[in-house]
Ligand binder design. Structure first.
Ligand code: C2E
Ligand code: CA
Ligand code: CA
Length: 693
């Protein structure tokens, strides 16, 4: 019998190839499992090729490591057949483990097929030697090699199936599994080789025309390594790509979720917005129709929010709104919806078992918001007016319910704020009236229904007239003369105030020009500016234009802005006021004492005049606090070098007191009511008459 021996270097290399091939195969199963569509076939075919070449070349290098004392060669066709068998059985194995499930019987069957494949490859490879006489195989070792092949295949398939999903340390586990599988494949091969016995005098038929020679091992090795590394590299790169795609898909999902959140929620408070509320109301209506029961829609409007916002700035206002949201939520169940649908407007949708339950809830919400809020070291006191609409009963659509809840809220506000009202059909007419008024207001400018009344201002000490305040009047076609408090708010809310304000400015300047020409060149005409006008970009230009059109020096015009407006965004106000002041326009802080002034800003404001709010003047005689406040304001104004005007002077006592305190000018019903320009001049002439005599 011929005694063979092994080149141990090649044996070692064959083991390495087996491990590498196993690792590649395991890596590829992961790709196949997560691939979609045609990529599955691509990965299975590529994987079968790479793994088949790997397993086969392990076997072939193992053969090359084996030396007999005779010349050996390998029949090309049979060797190629053994390679084909390797590729096919590996393809089958990969297909099997990429199935969604791998029950035990299927695993056993697969192991049998694959084991048979590997064995077939091995013994076909041996046949490529074309030995004469044939190789004797030791039956025990031959049997053992088959068992090892099947066992190793079962282990390989099992491991590959488990490892195809991404899991932590997958590379490490895969490496370990590859080593086990490699050893098993190598074990099968060398057991098979050990089974082979070559009788003395054997002759290798392929040694004449088959594959042989020294470079063969290197060629096989290099080709195999190339195939395996390309497969592995592609697999790793693809896995990276897949991870990145997965990451991208994940961030896309997050972004989508955020977008939906943004589209349906209010950014400030995170509460549902108008859109989501509408949807919830519709759902709630459907539910009531199907299952009975009822729900309430509560329209919650904050009282006293605007002054806080104006005085402390938007930042504080925002924080307060967030706190309000949190506090309102406290009392709710998870199925209730609290939405914010406008500046300081919240809407609550609650399912009720009895309509009467709404009462307790509304009372609780009003009570909750009536307690002071602690925001940034300040105790802020606000309250809430709540309007309640019930379904069924108070409307047939989400819009109608909301409108009616809104009308009920207005009613609550009208009856003293800090409370709640249930909707009643009569309230609707109020909302309708407002709507009609708005339509009329839109047409008022066009139809020249506005006019200006003028109220004189007098020098406190000498009693001489020093000018007038222009006050807007609206001659309504059906309601008669309307005072500003009936329509200025509406004009502000709808932006109409910009156009109206421009008209006032122009008309006041036109009138002042008439007086100027008559010789009253030291008078000033005062025009009130609303907050919206003050924020409007075109203000400075409008003022300049009005002055130019009517040939008036800038200091014939006083602009009155309320303290609250001036302080609400002090830095922005400062810029506008500075521009106006640079033009030479006179600036007056109206309703002084009602807002929250910061002394620091007041000092920096380029104002010329402080107008003490008529509220203080009214109570001067009875309220010693007010007297103290007025004298403090006068002292403050004097210290800052400002003129002090007191408005709302109705009695001699007030006039004397204010004059003594040092007010510069006075304005009020005692001295002159607001009146049209012609009557105004008649009164002035009458007043001047004694002096002229
Ligand atoms: P205001 O600027 O504080 O104007 C003074 C208001 O007090 C006027 O009311 C005037 O009629 C009233 N008044 C004058 N003397 C007395 C008095 O002795 N006792 C009492 N109780 N009241 C007196 P009016 O004309 O109804 O204007 C109300 C408010 O409407 C004004 O308050 C001003 O803020 C606003 N307003 C008036 N005209 C315009 C305008 O053209 N544009 C803007 N944006 N607002 C205007
Ligand atoms: Ca005023
Ligand atoms: Ca005023």
């Amino acid at each position: 019998m011929l005694i063979g021996n092994y080149s141990f270097t090649l044996v070692f290399i064959s083991l390495c190839v087996a491990i590498l091939a196993s690792y590649t195969a395991l890596d590829l199963t992961g790709r196949i499992a997560s691939a979609r569509g045609r990529a599955v076939h691509f990965w299975t075919a590529g994987g079968a090729l790479a793994m088949g070449v790997g397993v086969w070349s392990m076997h072939f290098i193992g053969m090359l490591a084996f030396k007999l004392p005779i010349d050996l060669g390998y029949d090309i066709a049979i060797t190629a057949l053994s390679l084909l068998i390797a590729v096919l059985s590996c393809g089958f194995a990969l297909w099997l483990v990429s199935q969604p499930k791998l029950p035990i019987w299927q695993l056993a069957f697969g192991a049998l097929v694959m084991g048979a494949g590997i064995s077939a490859m091995h013994y076909t490879g041996m046949a490529a030697l074309r030995m004469t006489p044939g190789i004797d195989y030791d039956p025990t070792l031959f049997g053992a090699s088959l068992l090892i092949a099947v066992g190793a295949s079962a282990a390989a398939l099992g491991i590959a199936f488990r490892l195809r999903q991404h899991s932590p340390y997958v590379r490490l586990i895969r490496g370990g599994a590859a080593v086990i599988m490699g050893i098993a494949i190598v074990g099968m091969h060398y057991t098979g080789m050990a089974a082979a016995q070559f009788p003395d005098g054997s002759f290798c038929g392929a040694s004449l025309d088959g594959l042989k020679g020294n470079g063969l091992d290197n060629l096989v090795l290099i080709t195999t390594l190339a195939v395996l590394s390309i497969a592995l590299l592609t697999s790793i790169l693809d896995a990276r790509l897949e991870t990145r795609t997965a990451d991208l898909a994940h961030s896309l999902t997050l972004a989508n979720r955020e977008l939906t959140q943004l589209a349906l929620h209010d950014t400030l408070t995170g509460l549902p917005n108008r859109m989501l509320l509408d949807d919830r109301i519709n759902q709630a209506m459907k539910k009531v129709e199907e299952q009975g029961g009822c729900f309430a829609l509560m329209f919650i409007d904050l009282d006293g929010f605007k002054p806080v916002n104006d005085a402390f700035g938007h930042h504080m206002g925002d924080q307060l709104l967030r706190e309000v949201g949190v506090r309102l939520r406290e009392d709710l169940r998870s199925q209730d919806t609290l939405a914010r649908i406008g500046g300081d407007e919240f809407v609550l949708l609650v399912r009720l078992s009895e309509p009467d339950d709404a009462l307790g809830l509304a009372a609780r919400q009003v009570g909750l918001l009536g307690q002071a809020f602690r925001v940034a070291e300040h105790d802020l006191q606000i309250s809430a007016s709540v309007g309640i609409a019930l379904y069924p009963g108070n409307g047939l659509s989400a819009q109608e319910l909301l409108m009616n809840a809104d009308a009920a809220m207005y009613h609550a506000k009208g009856s003293g704020k800090n409370g709640y009202s249930f909707f009643d059909a009569s309230m609707n007419s109020n909302a309708r009236k407002q709507l009609q008024l708005l339509q009329d207001l839109r047409a008022a400018l066009e139809h020249s229904q506005f006019s200006l009344y003028f109220q004189p201002k007098f020098d406190a000490a000498s009693g001489r007239p020093v000018g007038a305040e222009a006050l807007l009047r609206w001659q309504h076609p059906t309601q008669g003369m309307l005072l500003p408090d009936k329509f200025i708010d509406l004009a502000e809310k709808t932006g109409l105030i910009i156009a109206i304000g421009e008209w006032v400015l122009n008309e006041a300047c036109r009138q002042m020009r008439e007086w100027y020409v008559l010789g009253y060149t030291d008078w000033r005409i005062a025009v009130n500016l609303s907050a919206l006008q003050f924020c409007h970009a075109g203000l400075v230009q409008s003022v300049a234009k009005a002055l130019a059109t009517h040939h008036l020096p800038a200091n014939s015009l006083t602009l009155e802005i309320t303290e609250t407006t001036a302080m609400s965004d002090a830095d922005a106000s400062m810029t506008v006021l500075q521009e106006l002041s640079d033009m030479g326009v006179d600036l007056s802080i109206d309703d002084f004492g009602t807002g929250y002034s910061s002394l620091m800003y007041l000092k920096r404001l380029p104002a010329n005049e402080l107008k003490i709010d008529r509220g203080f003047v009214r109570d001067l005689e009875h309220d010693s606090d007010d007297a103290a406040i007025v004298s403090a304001i006068v002292a403050l104004g004097q210290a800052l070098g400002l003129r002090i005007v007191a408005e709302g002077v109705e009695t001699d006592v007030q006039q004397d007191f204010l004059t003594q305190l040092g007010c510069d000018s006075l304005q009020g019903y005692l001295l002159g009511h607001p009146m049209p320009a012609d009557r105004f001049m008649q009164n002035i002439a009458r007043g001047e008459a004694p002096a002229a005599v």
